[in-house]
Design a binder for this molecule. Structure first.
Ligand code: CA
Ligand code: CA
Ligand code: CA
Length: 430
């Protein structure tokens, strides 16, 4: 056999292997042509559960924008599978708010109870109007640890505990979720946690209510150890512990904002037994712990008695704040003290420069939407643009790499960057 033939055969074999390893995408579209559909792009399923039931480990269930309600679109059960259940673009907030699981108070959004692990991913969906007379209005999670990312969980109700979510013996991760305006008759307006160790990162927990119990945001019961990093907990309500309540549980809070939560006994955070350890955070009324502050976080938009839909928890900054409405960078007269006040060991590398080389406190800390601080030419962040910075600039001259001296952010340090550096020469912080 000639060499070229062998090469063709090898390439063909590699193609077959890569095809068989590719994740299978199963499509769901509530506006699809046929019911139930077959799950292809041209003939999608109409009901989400049909797609899940057709999936095997590694598959993706892709839900087209629309409102999913009625049987087959609530009490969704991943059945122990390692699959991704997502919208068409979980990173686009417009897609997320328009891909809606709405049980219309007939049940919960998700019922997860078959030992799912982090490879069961629920991403980029809105879950609203979930209802249970018991625990977990939006999501019920038992002995399972899925990943829940980029979701909006809003306006759900539990007759007992966990308006948005109940989890027991589960160590799941919530990443970049917005958990707002959920209600529990008793404890855990947003989240009720029994045993296990859930983690919440870059999440908003706001305007949740425990009508007759404790932990307006999060209630932890009996080794329900919760880890919160870069979260913003605001305007949640309970009898006791407007933001967080711990009963025989250990809660750890880092790089977070706990502000304007309300309780009948006046406590934002309350503990029966157990502990709530907070560091590098902004806590109204203060809280003992490493480098905590007690200062107005200067949210971009926050009226505690106004419409929660108008709240914007980006931090005000004279050096640049991401404006959600205009989708550009705006500037403010104030600069929040939460900027560059997070844990020095936290990763700040995704924050846009100038970022103080230190992560911000609150929900957008560590992300590409975090508020900026300082002058872009002040490379050593000492508050002056001078010869020290020029030396750093010279050392990177003609470098072809992504670095802070590349002020035009085009992958090389050249005369265009020098021009910007010159414009900022002798800047100093006021
Ligand atoms: Ca920063
Ligand atoms: Ca400097
Ligand atoms: Ca450049």
């Amino acid at each position: 056999m000639c060499n070229s033939k062998i090469v063709v055969i090898i390439l063909f074999s590699l193609c077959l292997v890569s095809i068989s390893n590719a994740a299978n995408v199963i499509y769901v579209d509530v506006n699809g042509p046929n019911d139930p559909g077959t799950g292809t792009f041209d003939d999608p399923f109409r009901k989400i559960q049909d797609a899940i039931d057709a999936a095997i480990d590694g598959d993706i269930v892709e839900i087209q924008s629309g409102i999913y309600t009625g049987p087959g679109n609530y009490n969704l059960d991943p059945g122990g599978l390692a699959i991704t259940i997502r919208s068409t673009d979980p990173n686009d907030p417009n897609v997320v708010v328009n891909t809606i699981i709405d049980p219309n108070e007939a049940g919960r959004g998700f019922y997860i109870h078959s030992g799912e692990d982090a490879n069961c991913v629920i991403s980029g969906l809105t879950i609203r109007n979930g209802y249970t007379g018991g625990k977990g209005g939006g999501i019920f999670c038992y002995n399972s640890s899925p990943t829940i990312a980029n979701c909006v969980i809003s306006g759900n109700y539990a007759g007992m505990y966990g308006g948005a979510m109940f989890c027991q013996s589960s160590s799941l991760q919530f990443i970049s979720c917005i958990i707002t305006s959920n209600t529990a008759r008793w404890d855990g307006g947003a989240l009720e946690c029994w045993e296990g160790m859930p983690e919440l990162m870059n999440c908003i927990i706001a305007d949740n209510n425990s009508l007759g119990g404790n932990g307006g945001g999060i209630d932890c019961f009996s080794n329900g150890d919760v880890l919160l990093t870069n979260c913003t907990l605001t305007k949640n309500y309970a009898n006791s512990g407007g933001a967080v309540y711990s009963w025989a549980s250990n809660v750890v809070v880092n790089n977070s904002i706990v502000w304007a939560n309300e309780a009948d006994d006046g406590s934002q955070i309350a503990i029966t037994t157990g502990s709530v350890s907070i560091s590098y955070s902004d806590v109204q009324g203060d809280w003992p712990g490493t480098s905590n502050i007690d200062a107005d976080p200067c949210f971009a938009s926050f009226d505690p008695i106004g419409d929660p839909n108008m709240w914007d928890f980006h931090l005000q900054s004279a050096y640049g704040r991401w404006d959600t409405n205009s989708q550009t960078w705006a500037t403010d007269s104030n600069t929040s003290l939460c900027i560059d006040a997070g844990d020095p060991n936290s990763d700040w590398s995704d924050e846009p420069w100038p970022n103080g080389k230190r992560v911000n406190i609150g929900v957008y800390g560590g992300t590409n939407q975090t508020s900026m601080n300082g002058n872009p030419a002040d490379f050593d962040i000492d508050g002056f643009v001078n010869f020290v910075d020029f030396t750093e600039f010279s050392n990177k001259w003609s470098a072809k790499e992504s670095c802070i001296q590349d002020l035009t952010d085009n992958g090389m340090v050249d005369s265009a960057d020098l021009r910007i550096f010159a414009e900022n020469w002798l800047w100093q912080r006021e």
